[in-house]
Design a protein around this ligand. Structure first.
Ligand code: PDD
Length: 279
């Protein structure tokens, strides 16, 4: 990390020299949005979809996108290396205000940060992970990829404290998503995932999986999933750009299926790896 170069407000700087004001609204209020974009051997995966989601997040928090898609591409390029898999982290805050006030400041320039770090395959992918169900204590605007992540952080930490790698969140008896992932379950032979209805982040990995299911005649459905149905699932997965597809082999201390990564996980992971290669 020490020799990492980052992009901050128009400049490429060593990480140690990248500084922002304590008056930045991202720091004071968590007033900003972000994206995490996977890069495979120098090729940015699903860039259009990620930039579209960024645009949606910015619109929802009433900030203008400071760059066009072409400009974003140009900003990313110097941070990429061709011999590694990486993760691009992009964050935009409302910028630096003169005083701390909840209301939007007038005429501020957004703060823009882009960093790119190396990623290795997530170990839990091969063995499966344990997950715990927790009450979804987050706000109603979970479709916005906001940097305001305190609820997600507390939920993920609670899962870790219970010896699990992820929290699966339940709102009024129904599954929403993971603390930092979307959720899939195989129930009665159908690959199911909760509806994209504002209570979840519209995961790009989720979309890729649904696309691959459709292309490969895998029965799937976007629908409400009650906690009781999740408990009957033969497979459960959590998905994200950094972890791809991770099988959950134990939920709330009970085995999922036979307690090993399931056959549909293996098939979908193979399809996803091929999709990455082809992109
Ligand atoms: N998070 N839901 C939540 C709450 C998330 O934080 C994420 C990813 C996802 C999956 O989205 P995608 O497939 O587009 O990565 C769903 C990122 C990786 C993070 O916060 O680091």
């Amino acid at each position: 990390m020490a020799d990492l170069t980052v992009f901050l407000n128009g400049e490429y700087l060593p990480l140690a020299e990248a500084k922002i004001s304590v008056m930045d609204r991202g720091f004071l209020f968590g007033d900003g949005v972000y994206e995490v974009i996977p890069v495979y051997a120098g090729r940015i995966f699903r860039i259009e979809e990620h930039l579209r989601r960024l645009n949606n997040s910015l619109t929802d928090i009433r900030l203008d996108n400071p760059y066009t898609p072409q400009e974003w591409q140009a900003i990313f390029q110097p941070l990429l290396v061709s011999d590694k898999d990486q993760s691009l982290y992009l964050q935009i805050t409302r910028g630096i205000a003169e005083k701390r006030d909840h209301a939007f400041p007038e005429k501020v320039t957004p703060t823009v940060l882009v960093m790119c770090t190396e990623v290795k395959p997530f170990e839990g992918k091969f063995t499966g992970i344990k997950a715990v169900t927790l009450d979804d204590t987050r706000w109603d605007l979970c479709h916005i990829k906001a940097i305001t992540l305190l609820a997600n952080i507390l939920l993920r930490q609670e899962a870790i404290d219970e010896g699990c790698a992820e929290a699966i969140l339940i709102k009024q008896g129904y599954v929403t998503e993971g603390a930092a992932s979307n959720v899939f379950a195989v129930i009665d032979g159908v690959l199911m995932t909760p509806l994209n209805n504002g209570a979840i982040l519209a995961g790009i990995t989720r979309d890729v999986i649904l696309e691959l299911a459709a292309q490969n005649n895998i029965p799937f459905s976007e629908q409400v999933i009650a906690l009781e149905a999740l408990q009957q699932a033969t497979e459960i997965w959590v998905t994200s750009s950094t972890r791809e597809i991770v099988p959950v082999v134990e939920l709330d201390g009970l085995k999922v299926g036979d307690g090993k990564p399931g056959p549909l996980f293996r098939r979908m992971d193979t399809l996803l790896q091929a999709e990455k290669q082809a992109a």
